[in-house]
Design a protein around this ligand. Structure first.
Ligand SMILES: NC(=O)c1ccc[n+]([C@@H]2O[C@H](COP(=O)([O-])OP(=O)(O)OC[C@H]3O[C@@H](n4cnc5c(N)ncnc54)[C@H](O)[C@@H]3O)[C@@H](O)[C@H]2O)c1
Length: 381
């Protein structure tokens, strides 16, 4: 149930799951790590399972977003001499960073490498919902198609409609650019911070369209989230999950959205009150959703699976080969960097140097979320 690489390595690094590619393993082995990969056929490991994997001596762990990294695990890792943990994910709502700080454990995440892949899935769900792709596919396979009809699976045209983005960070901005450029949608967004680069992009694209005699696209930074919900035709959620975004979309907020709106969630399940969503979908058959994440993963709230106006996929937003291999590499290098005492990379959004397979990666941890709290040195590069 545990696969061991380089048994005589000086540092013991545990990965709670097999991860795509081999570069991450090779990079650890080259730096004298013994790599142990848990190959148990159990999808979600419990805290007890992980304590057993950590054992008596462990220098670092690469873990997954399905695991509960809190006081118990960080104290176990610390007792085993470990000083490094990395999530193989950009979000780290499964990690109690305060507990990690208490035990001096660095917490890594994997930003940047999944931005475009995740945004592409959000775009796919937007299109699938708008054009009723899954319903139409089921209809076809069921042998129900007996000829073209003017009213068959009529959906929404995106061009000229308004796309709303809640949380215009890395992924939200990438998604916004795809929808604006690809489908000539107007943009309205809500974020705590101004998305200056995104605004500049839309302005420049509008100029380009105008110069070509086309209707220019527009953008607006909304003063409140409700403004986005009221005005947009397609709304995609991309904030982090924390106390402020839990059930951000609830019964009241669903009620202010357009009856034929499309809602997409590729952030984290609890950002939507899923029970309220199921009720809303039942009451409003023209309202459609595309969901990658769920409140009680791996489960769906009762009724959701029966609804034709919901497209549901199993948390695959970051699932492209390049991205998943890159995430594994970044997670391994986060752990390695702390073990070797390397500094932390100065800009976690500029991770390309770590992903170039033709050259050795920089001697730094790509992204440590509690580097300030732990007073870790920052790379000069
Ligand atoms: N489904 C998946 O497989 C998948 C893949 C990657 C990321 N994610 C999720 O997407 C999230 C975003 O990733 P990112 O790389 O774009 O992160 P990011 O930090 O670049 O962007 C998050 C944005 O949300 C904004 N925000 C925070 N609180 C908010 C609030 N209350 N209202 C509105 N905006 C708010 C922040 O200001 C920031 O701009 C991750 O935290 C993760 O949970 C999911």
């Amino acid at each position: 149930m545990v696969q061991v690489w380089n048994p005589n390595g000086k540092y013991r690094v545990v990965s709670t799951k097999p991860m795509p590619g081999t570069r991450w393993i090779n990079l650890l082995i080259e730096q004298d790590c013994r790599v142990e990969i848990c190959t148990r056929q159990k999808t979600i490991l419990s805290v007890e399972d992980i304590i057993a994997l950590i054992g008596d001596k462990c220098d670092g762990v690469i873990g997954q977003l399905t695991e509960d990294w809190g006081e118990t695990l960080f104290s176990a890792l610390s007792r085993a001499g470990g000083k490094a943990f990395s999530n193989m994910a950009v979000g780290y709502n499964n990690v109690d960073v305060k507990a990690a700080n208490k035990y001096g454990v660095a917490v890594g995440n994997t930003p940047g490498v999944l931005t475009e892949t995740t945004a592409e899935l959000a775009a796919s769900l937007s299109l699938s919902a708008a054009r009723r792709i899954v319903e139409a596919d089921e209809f076809m396979r069921a042998g129900l198609y007996d000829g073209w009809l003017p009213n068959l699976f009529v959906g929404n045209l995106l061009k000229g409609q308004t796309v709303g983005v809640i949380g215009a960070g890395r992924i939200g901005s990438a998604y916004a650019r795809m929808m604006v450029e690809g489908f000539k949608m107007n943009l309205i967004y809500y974020d705590l911070y101004q998305a200056t680069r995104l605004e500049k992009f839309v302005t420049a694209y509008a100029e380009f369209l105008k110069a070509n005699g086309e209707q220019p696209v527009t953008w607006k930074r909304a003063a409140s989230m409700d403004e986005v919900l009221r005005e947009a035709d397609v709304i995609s959620l991309h904030p982090i999950l924390d106390k402020t975004t839990y059930h951000l979309v609830n019964k009241e907020r669903l009620a202010i959205m357009k009856k034929e709106a499309i809602l997409v969630n590729c952030s984290r399940g609890p950002v939507i009150d899923e029970v309220a969503l199921v009720e809303h979908l039942k009451q409003n058959p023209m309202f459609r959703v595309g969901l990658d994440v769920f409140e009680d993963e791996p489960y769906m709230k009762p009724g959701l699976a029966d609804l034709k106006n919901a497209v549901v996929v199993p948390h695959i937003a970051s699932a492209s080969k390049w991205t998943r291999e890159g995430m594994a590499t970044l997670a391994a290098l986060n752990v390695l960097g702390k073990i070797k005492g390397y500094p932390v990379w100065s800009d976690p959004n500029r991770i390309e140097p770590f992903l170039n397979e033709n050259v050795p990666p920089p001697a730094a941890s790509p992204s440590i979320v509690n580097s300030k709290a732990l007073g870790l040195p920052v790379s000069k590069l």
